[in-house]
Design a protein around this ligand. Structure first.
Ligand code: FAD
Length: 498
C-alpha cells in the first residue's frame, strides 16, 4: 500500500481537534484531519440530516442494534429506545463496567450531539485543577476567544419568562427557590434568535421539535459550521470522514499512522498509511487515551509516561429524576436546549434543569448535576480486545450521588415532592452509571508538558478533553476549546514556526 506524507495530522474533529486544524491551516501548515465518523451534511430520504429523538433510526447511533438513550422511558413506557440498523450514527455510548460514556461521532465530534451549554468554569476551581496554567491569561484572552469563536449567546429574559417551552425550567426554578437555592442562566451555542423564530413559526423547528442528542437540524452552531469550515477555507486543511486511526508509530522524523476507512454501513474500504511531522491527538478523552495506551503497551511508543491512562473522571455527572405534584405540570412542549441551572454552593452542586421532550405531560423534572470531587478512574489496555478499558468502581460515584442527593432532598422537602424511579435503567432516581463529560486520561502537566506536548515524544500533542483532570465543575467544551487555543498558540510559535 502507498504511504502518503502530510506535514500535520489531526486525529478527530471535536473541539480540541478543530482548534488545532484551524490554527495550523492559518499558519499555512498542510493538515489532514482524520475523523472516524461521518460528515453530517447530506439529508436522508426524509429530507433531514439528523433523525429525531422520539423516532430514532440508524442515523442516531454508532453501530448498535438498538438505540441506547440515557432515559429509558417515562411512566415505564419505552418512549426512548428502538431497534435500528447498524450504521455510522452520530451518538455513541461506549460501555465499560459501571460507566457508559456518551460521545459524538462525526465531523464536529461532540458539538453535533451536545446540549450546547457553554460555561466558563469558576476561576478558583479552574486554577485548582490547572495549577500550572496562567489563569489570568486564560480568563483575559482564551476564554473570551473561545466564546467568540463558538458564537455563545444568552437567552433573552422576556423570551424565557414567556415561552411555554420553558415552563419546565420556570417550575424547577420556583421549587428550588423554596428550598433557598438560586438559579443562574446558562449560555449556549444554540441561537436564541433562531429559537424565538421557531416559536413564532418563522423558522424550521429544531430545539422546539425535541431535537438534541441525535443532532440538531437547525439552530445550533456546531464545529463543522465554525472552526472546521474556517479551517477548510484556509485552503491548507483537508478533512477525511469515516477514517479511523488504529495505530500510531514513530518514524525517523515523525509519526506513521494506520488508518481504517469504512463505508457508512461499516464495510471496510481500505487500510491506509499516512506519515506526518507533527501529530495532534484530538480524538477525545477516550479516543486519544486509547491510541496512546495501545502504543505504549504494544511497544510502538514504549517511552510514554506511566501517567497515560490515569486521571479520568466523569466531571461528577449525576442525572436526577424528580416527581412533581399534579397541579404543577411541566408542559408537554419543552425546548430541548437547557438554559437554567440550580446552584448549591454548600455541596458544590451545579444542577442543570434538563428538558423531558416527550411530547406529553410527564410531571417529571430532570436534572444533570455536575458535582465536584476527587474520585478518578483509569484506563488499562486489554491486549486480547486491543482496547482501552475504563476502570471505574461502582462505589466511585457515591460521593457525587451524595452531593446531588443533598441538594434534591432539600428541594423535595421544601415542596412535599419525591423522586421518580421509572426513568432510568435499574429503577434508580439518581443515574450515576453514565456520563456526558468524559475528562482525562492524558492529563496536562502529567502525561504531557504544560502545553499538551506528549512526554517522551517530540512533535506529538494531545489537544482535547484527555488533558482535563477529571473534573471542572461545569460543562467542559468551552474549557477544552480555550485550553486548545492556548496550547496551539505556544506550539505554533515554538515548535512549528520558531
Ligand atoms: P470530542 O468532541 O469527543 O471529539 C472527538 C472526535 O474524535 C469524535 O468525533 C470521534 O469520532 C473522533 N475519534 C475518536 N477516536 C478516533 C480515532 N481513533 N480516529 C479518528 N477519529 C476518532 N459539553 C458542554 O460543554 N456542554 C453541553 O451542553 C454538553 N452536552 C453534552 C451532551 C451529550 C449528549 C454529550 C455526549 C456530550 C455533551 N457535552 C457537553 C460534552 C462535550 O460534547 C465534550 O466534552 C466535548 O465534545 C469533548 O471535546 P473533545 O475535543 O475532547 O472531543
Amino acid at each position: 500500500a502507498s504511504t502518503r506524507h502530510v506535514p500535520a495530522v489531526v486525529v478527530g474533529s471535536g473541539y480540541g481537534a478543530a482548534v488545532a486544524a484551524l490554527r495550523l491551516g492559518e499558519a499555512g501548515v498542510r493538515t489532514l484531519v482524520l475523523e472516524m465518523g461521518q460528515r453530517w451534511d447530506r439529508p436522508g430520504p426524509d429530507g433531514k440530516v439528523f433523525c429525531g429523538m422520539l423516532d430514532p433510526d440508524q442515523r442516531s447511533t454508532w453501530f448498535k442494534d438498538r438505540t441506547e438513550a440515557p432515559i429509558n422511558g417515562v411512566m415505564f413506557l419505552d418512549l426512548a429506545n428502538r431497534p435500528i440498523r447498524r450504521h455510522a450514527g452520530v451518538l455513541d455510548r461506549v460501555n465499560f463496567p459501571n460507566m457508559g460514556v456518551y460521545v459524538g461521532r462525526g465531523v464536529g465530534g461532540g458539538s453535533l450531539v451536545n446540549g450546547g451549554m457553554a460555561v466558563v468554569p469558576d476561576r478558583d476551581y479552574f486554577a485548582r485543577r490547572f495549577p500550572t496554567v496562567d489563569a489570568d491569561e486564560m480568563y483575559r484572552r482564551f476564554f473570551p476567544l473561545a466564546n467568540r469563536m463558538l458564537r455563545v449567546n444568552r437567552i433573552p429574559d422576556d423570551f424565557f419568562e414567556a415561552s411555554e417551552h420553558y415552563r419546565f425550567a420556570r417550575l424547577s426554578r420556583t421549587l428550588a427557590g423554596r428550598a433557598g437555592f438560586d438559579t443562574t442562566f446558562v449560555p449556549n451555542v444554540y441561537s436564541f434568535e433562531h429559537m424565538a423564530a421557531e416559536e413564532r413559526g418563522e423558522a424550521p423547528k429544531s430545539a422546539l421539535a425535541t431535537e438534541v442528542i441525535y443532532g440538531n437540524n437547525h439552530g445550533k452552531f456546531t464545529l463543522d459550521q465554525g472552526y472546521l469550515a474556517e479551517a477548510e477555507r484556509t485552503g491548507h486543511v483537508t478533512i477525511a470522514p469515516l477514517h479511523q486511526v488504529t495505530r500510531v508509530q514513530r518514524t525517523a522524523t515523525g509519526y506513521a499512522l494506520t488508518v481504517r476507512e469504512i463505508t457508512p454501513d461499516g464495510a471496510p474500504v481500505a487500510e491506509k498509511h499516512v506519515t506526518c511531522d507533527h501529530l495532534f491527538l484530538g480524538a477525545g478523552s477516550l479516543g486519544s487515551t486509547e491510541l496512546l495506551l495501545r502504543a505504549r503497551e504494544n511497544g510502538d511508543l514504549p517511552d510514554l509516561s506511566a501517567e497515560v491512562g490515569e486521571g479520568w473522571g466523569p466531571n461528577g455527572n449525576v442525572m436526577i429524576a424528580r416527581a412533581n405534584h399534579l397541579w404543577h405540570p411541566t408542559g408537554a412542549r419543552q425546548s430541548a436546549i437547557p438554559v437554567l441551572a440550580i446552584n448549591d454552593p454548600e455541596r458544590q452542586v451545579f444542577a442543570e434543569i434538563a428538558p423531558v421532550p416527550a411530547g406529553i405531560e410527564t410531571y417529571l423534572s430532570l436534572y444533570l448535576a455536575i458535582t465536584r470531587g476527587e474520585e478518578r478512574g483509569r484506563f488499562v489496555y486489554d491486549r486480547a480486545a486491543d482496547k482501552a478499558v475504563l476502570q471505574w468502581r461502582e462505589g466511585q460515584s457515591a460521593e457525587a450521588v451524595a452531593a446531588a442527593r443533598g441538594t434534591f432532598d432539600r428541594i423535595n422537602e421544601a415542596n412535599g415532592t419525591g423522586y421518580r424511579y421509572d426513568v432510568f435503567r435499574g429503577a434508580k432516581a439518581f443515574a450515576d452509571d453514565f456520563c456526558y463529560h468524559p475528562l482525562g486520561g492524558a492529563v496536562l502537566g502529567k502525561a504531557t508538558d504544560d502545553h499538551g506536548r506528549v512526554k517522551g515524544y517530540p512533535n506529538l500533542y494531545v489537544t482535547d478533553g484527555a488533558l482535563v483532570p477529571g473534573s471542572l465543575g461545569v460543562n467542559p467544551f468551552v474549557t477544552i476549546t480555550a485550553l486548545a487555543e492556548r496550547n496551539l498558540a505556544t506550539i505554533l510559535a515554538e515548535d512549528i514556526h520558531p
